[in-house]
Design a protein around this ligand. Structure first.
Ligand SMILES: *[C@@H]1O[C@H](CO)[C@@H](O)[C@H](O)[C@H]1NC(C)=O
Ligand SMILES: *[C@@H]1O[C@H](CO)[C@@H](O)[C@H](O)[C@H]1NC(C)=O
Ligand SMILES: *[C@@H]1O[C@H](CO)[C@@H](O)[C@H](O)[C@H]1NC(C)=O
Length: 319
C-alpha cells in the first residue's frame, strides 16, 4: 500500500468515526514507594459505618500496614490484635492519590493480591474532587466486593439524570440501570463480572491480574485480565503508549446515551481502601456463609485477616 493511500485511508477512517484513535501516553507510574510518596494516607472516619479504624501514615508504616519494596506496594489491615468491642474498629488504611485524572485518561493497575476474608470490603476506585461535594463529580468503583463471595463489581455513582441502557456491548451482567446515588439506597449502576478470577480468594490463588478503566467524554469502560490469560501486550508489557481500541469488549461499558459523562464526572482522585462490615459487607454478612456476626468476627479473629492485603506491582495513569 502506498504511503499516500495509507494516509488517505487513515484519514477517511478517522473522519468517518469522528474521533481520533484511542491512543494514550503514560503520565504517571506508581511502583513501591511511589504509592507512599504520591498518595495521602487518610486518618478519617469511614463514611460507610465500617468496623474499621483508618490510621495515619506514621502508624501505618510503623505497624507495617503499608510496606514498599523496589517492586511491590502492600497495604493491609492489622492481623494481630483482638479488639475491645467498645473501642475503635480494626486498624486499616485508606489511600488517596494526590493527583487527579480527568476525561481522556486511562488507569491500569497490576495486582498480585487483593484483601480477602469474611467481613472484608476492599475497594479500588475513583472519586471527583477528593470526595468533596459527592456525588456531583462522580464516583467510579473499579474493584469492589465483600465477604469473599462472588465476582468483582464495577459501578458508577452519580448525581441525578444518569442511567445506562439495558443493551450494551460488555461481557459483564448489568445490575440497576440508574446511577443516581439517591435511588435504591445508593446502589449505583453496577456491572457484575462473570470471571470468578476477578475477585477475592480466586483472584489471589490465580496470581492476580490487571484492571483498567478508561474515562472519556463518551463513556467509562472497565476491563479485567486474569493472570495467565490472553492480555493485550501494551497492558502486560506496561508500555508507555497504549491503544484501548485493541483491548476488546470491556467487562463494563457505561456509554453516554442517557448520561452526559462530562457533566457527571470531574477530574478523579484514586482511592485504595479496605474496610470491614459496614453498609455493604455487614448487611449481607449472614447470607455470605460467614461465621458469627460480622463485628464479632472482625473483633475476635485477627489471624483470619492475615490475607486482608493489597499487593500492587504497579499503577499507571495514561492521558
Ligand atoms: C471504601 O470504599 C467503599 C467503596 O466504594 C466506599 O463506599 C467507602 O465509602 C470507602 N470508605 C472510605 C472511608 O472511604
Ligand atoms: C512487613 O510486610 C512485608 C510485606 O507483607 C513483609 O515482607 C515484611 O516481612 C513485614 N515486616 C515485618 C517487620 O513484619
Ligand atoms: C456521546 O458520545 C458520542 C460519541 O460516542 C458523541 O458524539 C456525543 O457528542 C456524546 N454526547 C454527549 C452528550 O456528550
Amino acid at each position: 500500500m502506498s504511503t499516500s493511500f495509507t494516509w488517505s485511508l487513515t484519514f477517511a477512517l478517522v473522519f468517518v468515526s469522528g474521533v481520533w484513535a484511542a491512543t494514550y501516553t503514560v503520565s504517571d507510574t506508581y511502583t513501591g514507594q511511589d504509592f507512599l510518596n504520591s498518595f495521602t494516607v487518610q486518618n478519617i472516619p469511614d463514611p460507610t459505618n465500617g468496623r474499621v479504624n483508618y490510621v495515619d501514615a506514621a502508624t501505618a508504616k510503623n505497624d507495617n500496614l503499608t510496606f514498599a519494596s523496589a517492586t511491590n506496594f502492600i497495604a493491609r489491615a492489622d492481623f494481630t490484635t483482638i479488639l475491645d468491642p467498645n473501642g475503635p474498629g480494626r486498624n486499616s488504611v485508606r489511600l488517596l492519590s494526590n493527583k487527579q485524572y480527568g476525561l481522556g485518561s486511562v488507569l491500569v493497575a497490576n495486582l498480585n493480591h487483593m484483601p480477602e476474608g469474611c467481613g472484608t470490603w476492599p475497594a479500588f476506585w475513583t472519586v471527583g474532587d477528593q470526595g468533596n461535594n459527592w456525588p456531583t463529580t462522580g464516583e467510579i468503583d473499579i474493584i469492589e466486593g465483600v465477604n469473599n463471595v462472588g465476582t468483582n463489581q464495577g459501578t458508577l455513582h452519580t448525581s441525578p439524570d444518569c442511567s445506562m441502557p439495558a443493551s450494551r456491548t460488555e461481557t459483564g451482567t448489568a445490575l440497576q440501570s440508574d446511577c443516581d446515588t439517591a435511588v435504591n439506597g445508593n446502589a449505583g449502576c453496577g456491572v457484575s463480572f462473570t470471571d470468578a478470577r476477578s475477585f477475592g480468594p480466586t483472584f489471589n490463588s490465580n496470581g492476580g491480574g490487571w484492571y483498567a478503566m478508561e474515562l472519556t467524554d463518551d463513556f467509562v469502560k472497565i476491563w479485567f485480565w486474569a493472570r495467565g490469560t490472553s492480555v493485550p501486550s501494551d497492558v502486560s508489557g506496561g508500555s508507555s503508549t497504549i491503544d484501548t481500541d485493541n483491548w476488546g469488549t470491556p467487562v463494563a461499558y457505561f456509554p453516554n446515551t442517557s448520561c452526559s459523562i462530562s457533566s457527571h464526572f470531574g477530574p478523579q482522585n484514586i482511592i485504595i481502601n479496605l474496610t470491614f462490615c459496614g453498609d455493604w459487607a455487614g448487611a449481607v454478612y449472614s447470607s455470605s456463609g460467614c461465621p458469627s456476626t460480622c463485628v464479632d468476627y472482625v473483633n475476635n479473629n485477627p489471624a483470619d485477616f492475615e490475607n486482608a492485603y493489597f499487593d500492587f506491582l504497579s499503577l499507571k495513569a495514561y492521558t
